[in-house]
Design a protein around this ligand. Structure first.
Ligand code: ATP
Ligand code: MG
Length: 407
C-alpha cells in the first residue's frame, strides 16, 4: 500500500473545536462589522501577480520571500493572495465603485505566505479584515480601529491585548523622516543586517520593523518621526487619538510601529498580546491613501486592518457547543416511515434532530445516550418522548412534541 497522504507543510484541517473557534471568530466579526455599516465582499484567492508586486512594495518580506507565485497553463503569472487589501482595492476599481464612496468592506478568508511554520504562523492562514474606502478624515481611522476593538471585546480577549499606534505622517513628513533615517543608519551600515542594508537604499523606514536583534538595537536610538512631522500630519494624528478616546478605545503611542507593507501613510497600528510568544500581533492595519492610485485607479483614500483568525482562535475560550440534537428512533422496522416523517417535521421546525441510521431500537437508544443527546423520540404505534438526562418518558402527539422541544 502507498503511504498515506499528508497535508502540505504549514496547512491545517479545521475540525471539531478548531473549526468551532474559527467560525466563532468569523461570525463575531461579521456581526460587529455589520453594526458599523460594513458589507461583506469576497474577492478571488488568486490574482494577477502585479496586484501584489506593484502595491506591497518590492522590498517587503511578503513580496521578496513569501508569495506563492506561479505561471498558470496559459503562461500568466498568478499569485495566491498573501493579504486582502490589494484585492479589495483592485475590486473597487474593476467594479467601477471609485465614484460610489464611501465603501465599507468586511472580508474573511484564506491567505497564503511561504513562511517557516510555527505556533500561530502557517502557510495557509486566515484573516478577517475591514477596509473603509473614501473618507480621508481621522474619524474613519478611529471608526475602523473601534470596530476592531469591539470584536476583540466580544471575543473576550480585550483584556489580553494592547493597542499600539503610531503615525507615519504625510508624504512631506515621510520624505523628511526618510532623509533623517538614511543619515542615521548610514553611520552604522556595518552593523546592519544584510536585509536592512538593502532596506536602507529602498525603504529605510522598514528597518524600524526589522526582526533582527542588532537592527532593533540601532532602531531603538534612531531619530523619531514626531520630529519630522508637518503641522497637518500632527493635527491628523492628534485628532485620531481624540476620536479613539471618544470611542472608548484605550491606546498607547509606539514610534516603532511602521508595518511591513509599503502602502501605509499616516496611521499605523497593531493590537498586540504577550500571550502568543513571538507571534504577538493579532490585529494590524493602517491608512493607505496612495494604494488605489498605485493600482491605476483614481486617488481614493483608505484605511483598514486585518487580523489572523488562527491567533484569535488560540486566545478565545472554547465556544459553547451547538444544542445537542434530538434522536428519533423507530421502535420496529415498520415504524421507520413514521419516524422519518417525525424527523423531517422536527427539522422543519428548526429543531436539530438525528436518527440512528442502523441497528435495532435498543442499540440506537444506547448510542443516543452515549452521544450526549438530550432527548430521544421513540416512534412505534405511538410516539414517546424520552428525556435522556433523567430517563422519564411521556406520550406525545406530533404537535406536542414540537411544542415541547421548541420551548
Ligand atoms: P508578523 O509580523 O507576525 O509576520 P505581519 O506583519 O506579516 O505579521 P500582517 O501582514 O499585518 O502581518 O497580517 C495581519 C495579521 O495576520 C497578523 O497580525 C497576524 O495575526 C496574521 N498573520 C500574518 N501572517 C500570518 C501567518 N503566516 N500565519 C498566521 N497568521 C498570520
Ligand atoms: Mg509576516
Amino acid at each position: 500500500m502507498a503511504p498515506p497522504l499528508q497535508p502540505v507543510r504549514g496547512t491545517r484541517d479545521l475540525i471539531g473545536e478548531d473549526a468551532a473557534r474559527h467560525f466563532h471568530v468569523i461570525d463575531t466579526a461579521r456581526r460587529i462589522t455589520g453594526l458599523y455599516g460594513f458589507s461583506e465582499w469576497q474577492t478571488p484567492i488568486f490574482e494577477d501577480t502585479k496586484v501584489f508586486s506593484r502595491t506591497l512594495g518590492e522590498t517587503s518580506d511578503v513580496v521578496t520571500k513569501e508569495m506563492y507565485t506561479f505561471e498558470d497553463r496559459g503562461g500568466d503569472s498568478v499569485t495566491l493572495r498573501p493579504e486582502g487589501t490589494a484585492g479589495v482595492a483592485r475590486a473597487l476599481i474593476t467594479n467601477g465603485l471609485t465614484q460610489t464612496l464611501p465603501q465599507k468592506v468586511f472580508y474573511a478568508g484564506p491567505m497564503f505566505r511561504y513562511e517557516r511554520p510555527q505556533k500561530g504562523r502557517y502557510r495557509q492562514f486566515h484573516q478577517i479584515g475591514v477596509e473603509l474606502l473614501g473618507p480621508a478624515t481621522p474619524l474613519a481611522d478611529a471608526e475602523v480601529i473601534s470596530a476592531g476593538w469591539r470584536i476583540l471585546q466580544e471575543l473576550g480577549i480585550a483584556g489580553q491585548v494592547v493597542l499600539h499606534i503610531n503615525t507615519l505622517g504625510d508624504t512631506e513628513s515621510r520624505a523628511a523622516y526618510r532623509a533623517e533615517l538614511v543619515a542615521y543608519f548610514s553611520r552604522y551600515t556595518a552593523d546592519l543586517s544584510p536585509e536592512s542594508r538593502l532596506r536602507l537604499e529602498k525603504n529605510p523606514l522598514r528597518i524600524l520593523d526589522s526582526k533582527d536583534e542588532g537592527d532593533q538595537k540601532l532602531a531603538a536610538a534612531a531619530p523619531q518621526m514626531q520630529d519630522c512631522m508637518t503641522d497637518e500630519a500632527k493635527a491628523f494624528y492628534d485628532s485620531l487619538l481624540n476620536y479613539l478616546t471618544a470611542f472608548g478605545v484605550p491606546h498607547q503611542h509606539n514610534p516603532h510601529i511602521v508595518r511591513g507593507l509599503d502602502y501605509y501613510n499616516h496611521t499605523a497600528f497593531e493590537f498586540v498580546t504577550t500571550a502568543l510568544g513571538a507571534q504577538g500581533t493579532v490585529l494590524a492595519g493602517g491608512r493607505y491613501d496612495g494604494l488605489v492610485e498605485q493600482m491605476g485607479g483614481p486617488a481614493v483614500p483608505g484605511v483598514g486592518w486585518a487580523a489572523g483568525i488562527e491567533r484569535l482562535s488560540m486566545l478565545i475560550a472554547p465556544p459553547k457547543p451547538a444544542a445537542l440534537p434530538v434522536v428519533v428512533i423507530p421502535m420496529t422496522p415498520e415504524a421507520e416511515p413514521a419516524a422519518l416523517a417525525t424527523l423531517s417535521a422536527l427539522r422543519a421546525a428548526n429543531i436539530a434532530a438525528e436518527t440512528g441510521y442502523t441497528g435495532n431500537a435498543k442499540k440506537r437508544l444506547e448510542r443516543a445516550n452515549k452521544s450526549g443527546a438530550a432527548f430521544a423520540v421513540l416512534v412505534g404505534s405511538e410516539c414517546k418522548l424520552k428525556n435522556l438526562t433523567d430517563g422519564t418518558q411521556t406520550d406525545v402527539t406530533p404537535d406536542q412534541l414540537i411544542a415541547i422541544l421548541s420551548a
